[in-house]
Design a protein around this ligand. Structure first.
Ligand code: PHE
Length: 332
């Protein structure tokens, strides 16, 4: 009873008095601890009643303590306001900046949206069907093996997607052609981390499926993209390549917009830099999504957003994107 009264009456005008309250009631050497210690000696038939009272006391003490904290904090604020805080000063705001990857991703989206592409997303945790099988990967294709793919637990059917091509499949199996979308997102590969490679990075996939889509549509779309992103006089070049899900397949190069073909470190003196892969959607892929390849054709491409950002801003270490070093981020 007396303790309850003492708690009710307690006031704290400053931090010292607040601390006195804490020491007296709440701290490990305080009244409450002492009472709970004595409580152990209480005969069993009284435990219930006394225990209840003790808990009420404990709660009261804690509530009061919070009330006193709020009071003391409020008081010190208004004290400062009266003394040395000039509330008329303009605030010093440190502005954040948009992450370079977001910047480039947004620009890529803008360029493709103007060409009629919508933006789609898909899951980062994927099954074998959407990451591999539907994309025409043969059963024993090396890319399925452990060194490239992160599997979640021991179940080989649950994995982290190794590319954004899974979204192509999810898009096509859900709707009817025409499809014209880009699909940005994060992908994962079990690779050694270095200045040039990371175990996670971002890609942007593109897919266009309709009647009579041809390779020249692919070329024109990417040519326009390269000029918009890297400058009016940028050229593009296609090199024959292989992907299970496209036929024919081609690597996409752009002319080196830094040395303009005269040769530099960025393009290793070749005048060209690779920005991604592309090709005509393989008929098997269309079929596995229920689309008749005799009626429809399409092209697809995939590019690394880190890679494009590194080229555009001449960044030489991919790890900078995920280290959150303000000295780096502030430059964008
Ligand atoms: N998915 C391929 C990769 O990750 C890129 C690609 C996408 C190639 C679409 C062709 C068409 O390497």
């Amino acid at each position: 009873g007396t303790y309850i009264e003492a708690i009710d009456k307690a006031i704290a005008k400053n931090k010292e008095e607040l601390e006195q309250f804490r020491l007296r009631f709440i701290s490990r050497k305080g009244v409450l601890t002492e009472l709970f210690e004595e409580f152990k000696k209480v005969p069993n038939e009284q435990k219930r009643e006394i225990g209840g009272e003790l808990n009420v006391l404990k709660q009261k003490a804690q509530e009061k303590f919070q009330e006193l904290i709020d009071h003391v904090n409020g008081a010190s604020m208004s004290d400062a306001g009266a003394q040395d805080l000039d509330v008329t000063l303009p605030p010093i705001v440190e502005e954040g900046s948009v992450h370079p990857l977001s910047k480039v991703k947004n620009r890529i989206i803008q360029i493709f949206e103007r060409q009629g592409f919508s933006v789609k997303e898909g899951p980062e945790i994927e099954d074998d069907f959407h990451n591999f099988t539907a994309l025409n990967f043969p059963e024993n294709h090396p890319a399925r093996e452990m060194q490239d793919t992160y599997f979640i637990s021991k179940n080989p059917d649950v994995l982290l997607r190794t590319h954004t091509s899974n979204v192509q499949i999810r898009l096509m199996e859900q709707g009817k052609p025409p499809f014209r979308s880009i699909m940005p997102g994060r992908v994962f590969r079990n690779e050694a981390i270095s200045a040039r490679a990371h175990c996670f990075f971002n890609q942007v996939e593109g897919l266009y499926v309709d009647k009579d889509v041809s390779f020249k549509d692919l070329k024109q779309t990417l040519y326009h993209f390269a000029k918009e992103l890297f400058g009016e006089d940028t050229q593009i070049r296609f090199r024959p390549s292989f992907f299970p899900f496209t036929e024919p397949s081609a690597e996409i190069d752009i002319s080196c917009f830094i040395c303009k073909g005269d040769g530099c470190k960025i393009c290793k003196h070749t005048g060209w830099v690779e920005i991604g892969g592309s090709g005509m959607v393989d008929p098997n892929v269309l079929e596995s999504c229920g689309i008749d390849p005799k009626e429809y054709s399409g092209f697809a491409f995939g590019m690394g957003i880190e890679r494009i950002t590194m080229l555009k801003y001449q960044i030489d270490d991919i790890r900078l994107f995920s280290e959150n070093d303000l000295r780096f981020l502030k430059q964008f």
